[in-house]
Design a protein around this ligand. Structure first.
Ligand code: ATP
Length: 276
């Protein structure tokens, strides 16, 4: 692990104008990692505006900087050059007003599903009654009812990811970052969670940035799909997904618009790309 180089001359302060409308604004960002063995340019010239309430999927070859991009938005990494803004405010350190879901649920083994979700509330010192009410809502929304008191090892992989999702949504973050959240699940569970994710997004209208290796998942869930190039990652194309917000799974996959967007992504990524 190494920290990326940072350019101290990077502009700071608030940027008036369109940045105010964007939930996430990434402006001319580059990330370079310098380790003892090698220098790696993970990202270069990346600019992206994500309006509030939008669902953006990010696809690209393995190692092109997708996780690096999310970590930057979360304030866990500083860009070497360029800026990232959340709701118009420059990201200068770890942000607490986001939700983050990873490929592994990372639940505490000794705590029940409910108490794993409540961990978020404890860390944020949310009032108990509000946290309990919100937890109950999320458990219902994600179909975990009846499993509130189960320990993580008593839950399936899909259920564990649902708990992780509830934990990420507990504080009603305006921006949800998801890094291959369904990548370790079997195909049917993944499909089920895609359907639930679409419903949850329509209910909460949280702005979502989803990194995925699955083209169908990207097209089914997103309003726009960002296709990245091989490392150093740049944005090759941003494709609008012109499908209704409410998406029935089989019917959506059969739509000509779905096939056309999926086809374009496949074309851009080429035959060797590590995507499903
Ligand atoms: N902390 C770090 N120190 C050094 N190099 C790093 C660090 N983090 C990431 N990298 C390098 O940056 C590049 C981009 O990594 P990143 O994890 O963002 O790619 P990715 O597109 O998410 O990959 P994958 O799809 O395989 O998960 C890789 O070459 C990786 O080795």
């Amino acid at each position: 692990m190494s920290k990326p180089e940072t350019d101290s001359t990077t502009a700071s302060g608030r940027d008036p104008g369109p940045a105010e409308q964007a939930a996430v604004r990434i402006d001319e960002v580059a990330v370079r990692f310098r380790t003892r063995k090698r220098d790696v340019t993970a990202l270069r010239e990346v600019s992206l505006d994500v309006p509030m309430g939008e669902f953006v999927a990010i696809v690209g070859p393995s190692g092109c900087g997708k996780s690096t991009l999310l970590k930057m938005v979360a304030g866990l990494l500083k860009p070497t050059t360029g800026t990232v803004r959340l709701n118009g405010e420059k990201v200068a350190g770890p942000r607490h007003d986001i939700g983050y879901v990873f490929q592994r649920a990372a639940l505490l083994e000794w705590r029940s599903a409910r108490r794993n979700i409540l961990l978020q509330a404890e860390m944020r010192r949310m009032p108990g009654e509000q946290a309990r009410r919100r937890t109950a809502e999320l458990i219902e929304m994600t179909g975990l009812s009846g499993f509130e008191d189960a320990l993580p090892h008593e839950l399936s992989g899909g259920m564990q990811q649902r708990v992780a999702l509830c934990r990420a949504l507990l504080h009603e973050p305006p921006v949800l970052l998801m890094d291959e959240p369904f990548g370790a699940l079997d195909a049917l569970t993944r499909e089920q969670l895609n359907i639930e994710m679409n419903r949850i997004w329509r209910t909460t209208r949280t702005t979502v940035l989803l990194v995925t290796h699955s083209i169908p998942e990207a097209v089914f869930l997103a309003n726009r799909v960002v296709v990245m190039s091989d490392r150093p990652g740049t944005i090759r194309e941003i494709i609008d997904v012109d499908l209704p917000a409410e998406r029935e799974y089989a019917a959506t996959l059969a739509m000509p618009e779905f096939a056309s967007v999926a086809g374009r992504i496949r074309e851009l990524l080429g035959a060797g790309a590590a995507v499903e």
